[in-house]
Write a protein that binds this ligand. Sequence first.
Ligand SMILES: NC(=O)c1ccc[n+]([C@@H]2O[C@H](COP(=O)([O-])OP(=O)(O)OC[C@H]3O[C@@H](n4cnc5c(N)ncnc54)[C@H](O)[C@@H]3O)[C@@H](O)[C@H]2O)c1
Ligand SMILES: O=C/C=C/C=C(\O)C(=O)O
Length: 486
Amino acid sequence: MAEHRLFIDGAYVPATTGRMFDKRSPVTGEVIGRVHEAGREDVDRAVRAAKAALNGPWGTMTVQERATLLQDLSRAIAERSEEFLEAEVADTGKPKSLARVIDIPRGAANFATFADMIKNLGGEFFRTDTPDGSHAINYGLYRPKGVIGVISPWNLPLLLMTWKVGPALACGNTVVVKPSEETPHTTTLLGEVMNAVGIPKGVYNVVHGFGPDSAGEFLTQHPLVDGITFTGETRTGEAIMRQAAKGLRDVSFELGGKNAGIVFADADLDKAVEGTMRSAFANCGQVCLGTERVYVERPVFDEFVARLKAGAESLVLGGPDDANVGMGPLISAEHRDKVLSYYKLAEDEGATVVTGGGVPTFGDARDNGCFVQPTIWTGLPDTSRVVREEVFGPCCHIAPFDTEDEAIALANDTDYGLASAIWTENVSRAHRVAPRIEVGLVWVNSWFLRDLRTAFGGSKQSGIGREGGEHSLEFYTERSNICVKI
Ligand SMILES: NC(=O)c1ccc[n+]([C@@H]2O[C@H](COP(=O)([O-])OP(=O)(O)OC[C@H]3O[C@@H](n4cnc5c(N)ncnc54)[C@H](O)[C@@H]3O)[C@@H](O)[C@H]2O)c1
Ligand SMILES: O=C/C=C/C=C(\O)C(=O)O
C-alpha cells in the first residue's frame, strides 16, 4: 500500500505528529494509501526550508539556468508519464483515456511553457524630464515574490498544482504545496523528479493534511509565506483570504463556478451536443469550468434535450483501465453524498428528471465506490437552489429561451463568473454575445480549449486575479522601479 510522506528540504520525511490518514479508492472504496498528516511544526520546517532555499543556489541561478532545469523537469515528467498516470487514476478513479491526454501532459506543459515565457520577460522604461533641464531614466525590474503557499484541489490534481508551481518556480520563487487530502499521490511523486533533475533542495516542499486546524490553515497562516495561490471552493477561498489578511499577503484565487452553456438555434447541433456532453460529464462533472446550466433556444430545445439524454445514457461508467469507460466515479463518499443531496433536492424543487438522478449498480466491487448516474433536469425555476448552487457532479439543468438578450440575462443571473460556452454558427452573434457574459472565460463552439498564454480565472465569486501567461508572471513576482537622475 502506498505511503505518502511529506517532502521537505529535498527529502521524504514522516510527519512529526505521528498521525496518518487513509486514502480510499473512489472506484472500490478500499484503502489504497496512508498519508502522513503534517502538524504546525512540519509546516514550519517546510516554510523555513523554502525561505532558506531562496538564498541558496536557486537564488543565484541565472534565468537561463532556471529555465533549463524546468525544461528538464518537464521532460522528466513526460518520461515518467505512465507512473504519474497510475498515481493520478488511483487517487481520482478517472478514466486513463482522459488523464493520458489532459492531466499528465499538462503537468509537463505547465513547466515547459513558463520556462519559455520567463526568458522573454521584459520590463517598462520611461525617460523623465526634470525641472533642471536634465532628465532621469526609470526602469522596472522583477524579483521573485518569495515563498509561495500553494493550496490545490482534487479534481485535476497534477494539472492544477503544476499550473501554479510552474510559473512560481520560473519566476525564482520557492514553494510549499498542500495538495488536497483526497489526492496526495502525484504531488508527492513530483518530489522525486525534482531531486532527479537537480532542482535544489528546499525549492519544492510538500505537506499533507486537511484545511481547517490542519496543514492548509497552518500554511496559509505562516508569517514567512509571502503569497498564497489557491484553487478550490469559494467558501474555502473566503477562509484563506481571512488567514492571508494577517501580514497582508497577496492572494490569487481560482474558485467555483455555475457556468452557463448557451445553444442558439443556428448552432451546429452535433458540435453543441458533443461539447455539452464533455462540459457536463467529463471528469464526472468535477471541473470548475463545467456546464451545469444549459440555455437552449426554443426551436431546438426538444431536439437538444433528446440528444443530450441519448448521449448521457450511452456513457459507460466504470474504473480507469476500461477503454470503453466514458465516466468514472466522484472523488469520495462524502462528495457523493453532497451530489446525491442535490439530486434529491432537484426532485423536491419540482424538476423533471430527463435521465439519471440515482446511483448505478454493477454487481461487483464498484458498488462500494462513489459512482452516480449522469443526470439531466428540466423544468426548474431560475430561483431554485439546483440552478444557483455549484453541484460539482455530472449533471445539468436545461431551460429554453426566446431571445438573445434573455439568454445573456439568464447566463449572468448568478453569483459566479468563471466560464461560459456559446454555440452558434453566426459569427456576428458570437462576437456580440461573448463580451456581454460576465465571466473570465468564454468559449465559442468549444469548451476547455486552452492556450496557456491567455488570462485564466473568474470574476464575481469565481476568483480573484488571473493566472496564465504574463498574468502568472505578474502574480509570482514583485516589481521594483529604479529611478536614475542623469
Ligand atoms: N476556478 C478554478 O480554476 C477551479 C479549478 C478547480 C476546482 N475549482 C473548485 O474547487 C472546488 C472543488 O475542489 P475541493 O473540494 O478540493 O475544494 P476545497 O476548497 O474543499 O479544498 C481545496 C484545498 O483547500 C484546502 N483547504 C480547505 N480549507 C482550508 C483552509 N481553511 N485553509 C487552507 N486550506 C484549506 C483543502 O485541504 C484542499 O487542499 C469546486 O468548488 C471547484 O469549482 C475551481
Ligand atoms: O477544474 C478546473 C479546471 C481548471 C483548469 C485550469 O486551471 C487550466 O486549464 O489551467
